[in-house]
Design a protein around this ligand. Structure first.
Ligand code: F6P
Length: 552
């Protein structure tokens, strides 16, 4: 397998960078009035203005060539055909099947996966209807009012992000809660808000072995059994998993289990039964709308030439900064409070998928892979870290996401939209020393003060951003948006030659934590480095002291 850097097109892109790196976007815009029109793509309710990037037609054509030369079109096809592209786990990556609204057959191991997908969807819809209508009763014959999803990583972030994003579309009676952290504080804080007789627990874990989830689930069951009986568990605990045996061992009836499959990666699973909280909150119709929105993006992705392909374009822009501009991080800034979980959702999607340094052939990569993804809602971020984005020493590309339409149009929304557009403009044009000087002079400041302040009030500009406009935040558009990011991540993984669908990097910490935990529990000592040993001793000493104090 070749390194992408060995391809002639890589060298061409290095030359493109050398030739254009001193061009300023301000001048580029001034020379090219059609630029905004040309670098604009729309899919369903999502429009992306990517004109404020440090690109030109040649660069874009060369980036597309890079996608071709690294085999992007072939790998895309393989994914859609259900091939086992997740080679280290010998699995397909078929989140696209979960939202295949055309219902065309998709085969894994010669078996069409669509019938079982549709069957689980129906099971979820029937269950959701009963809970939503109040027919599903708790052990005191009352309707469910609170739903607690216990799951972590992909079994938490997707449903949580969607339920928050789509709050205006949610069921009036149902309150959604999410417990992920093994820190007892999160579960206890949540349980303090609910009553056992009207609470439904969803234990969501693909493997059903995840320590945090199983520990929290056992604690929740213990809390529940303080007031209810063992037989009542059936009305209050359901499971979402691909591991039926473990679900049964936990004490949940398999009829109350919603299945999904090994070819659904955790961070790509919100479209599967892991989306049960979303189905419960939104109802079947709106859940299907979300799937339709994602399907729309899937169709665009697989059928549109690379040159006009939205996820491919975003992926290529990311590669451009990551590998040619040495930009090591990427900001996600949704200008919408309801999207406040989006940055961390994309963080897992991107960093767990592409945070790797080994190619598919087992060789170490020789170029940078996934950037660090971080972010916060605007306008909050503006008053926290945007200083660095404007005047810091790093070039950090940013995706700004904003919805045109709001369920309640207010003056605040105008302010929000004005701010997001202004930020993108400011990142792009900056402020020259001459402009800063003229402003200070207009304020009547003495010359010496002006000279002192000008460097500080100058903005270099030329800082890239994508403006992602959503017509409205609704189930369909959210589906389209998230599918767009999923495919972007996939394309980047192909270009870097890595497997975006495994996550071995999370295993070592889990293994070591088991050893340390056993040392706490059995009061034994295992060999560690001096730092780890000292930390363990310190904690054990603290526990011992507290126990002794209790007994005094
Ligand atoms: O440890 C990482 C991870 O495996 C994620 O990939 C996954 O989303 C999360 O843990 C939860 O896993 P599970 O759904 O099996 O509990």
């Amino acid at each position: 397998m070749k390194f992408p850097t060995d391809l002639p097109i890589w060298q061409k892109l290095i030359d493109d960078h050398t030739e254009t790196k001193h061009e300023h976007l301000r001048d580029v815009f001034a020379k090219d009035p059609q630029r905004a029109e040309r670098y604009w793509l729309e899919v369903g309710g999502i429009s992306v203005d990517y004109s404020k990037n440090r690109i030109n037609d040649t660069i874009m054509a060369d980036l597309v060539q890079l996608a071709r030369d690294t085999g992007v079109p072939e790998r895309m096809k393989q994914m859609f055909q259900g091939e086992k592209i997740n080679v280290t786990e010998e699995r397909a990556a078929l989140h696209i099947a979960l939202r295949n609204r055309a219902n065309t057959p998709i085969y894994v191991d010669n078996q069409n996966v669509m019938p079982k997908i549709n069957q689980v969807l129906q099971q979820m819809a029937d269950f959701a209807q009963q809970v939503r209508d109040g027919q599903w009763k708790g052990y005191t014959n009352q309707a469910i009012t609170d739903i607690i999803n216990i799951g972590i990583g992909g079994s938490n972030l997707g449903p949580r992000m969607m339920c928050t994003a789509l709050r205006p579309f949610g069921h009036q009676r149902l309150r959604m809660h999410f417990v992920s952290n093994v820190d007892d504080a999160q579960l206890q804080d949540t349980l303090a808000k609910v009553q056992p007789e009207t609470t439904l627990f969803i234990i969501a874990s693909k493997t059903f072995t995840t320590q945090e989830t199983i520990t929290n689930a056992l604690a929740a069951r213990e809390w529940f059994l303080k007031t209810a009986s063992q037989a009542d568990i059936a009305k209050h605990f359901v499971a979402v998993s691909s591991n039926q045996q473990a679900v049964v061992e936990f004490g949940i009836n398999p009829t109350h289990m919603f299945e999904f499959w090994d070819w659904v990666g955790g961070r790509y699973s919100l479209w599967s039964a892991i989306g049960l909280p979303i189905m419960l909150y939104l109802g079947e119709e709106q859940f299907i709308e979300m799937l339709e929105g994602a399907h729309l993006m899937d169709q665009h992705f697989i059928n549109t030439p690379l040159t006009h392909n939205l996820p491919v374009t975003l992926a290529l822009l990311g590669v451009w900064y990551n590998n040619f501009y040495n930009g090591k991080s990427h900001v996600i800034a949704p200008y919408d409070e309801h999207l406040h979980h989006l940055p961390r959702f994309i963080q897992q999607l991107d960093m767990e998928s592409n945070g790797k340094s080994i190619q598919l052939d087992g060789k170490a990569t020789n170029t940078f892979t996934c950037p660090i993804i971080w972010g916060e809602t605007g306008s909050n971020g503006q008053h926290a870290f945007f200083q660095l984005l404007h005047q810091g020493t790093h070039i950090i590309p940013i995706d700004m996401i904003v919805s045109l339409e709001k369920s309640r149009h207010s003056n605040q929304h105008n302010i929000l939209v004005a701010n997001v557009f202004a930020q993108a403009e400011a990142f792009m044009r900056g402020k020259t020393a001459e402009e800063a000087e003229a402003e200070l002079r207009a304020q009547g400041l003495p010359e010496q003060r002006i000279a002192q302040l000008v460097p500080h009030k100058t903005f270099s500009g030329n800082r890239p951003s994508n403006m992602i406009l959503m017509q409205k935040i609704n189930p369909k558009n959210m589906g389209t948006l998230i599918a767009m990011y999923e495919h972007k991540v996939f394309v980047q993984g192909i270009i870097w030659g890595i497997n975006s669908f495994d996550q071995w990097g999370v295993e070592l910490g889990k293994q070591l934590a088991q050893t340390i935990l056993s040392e706490f529990n059995d009061n034994t000592e295992q060999p560690h480095d001096s730092s780890t040993s000292r930390l363990i001793k310190r904690y054990k000493h603290f526990i011992k002291q507290t126990q002794e104090q209790k007994h005094q």
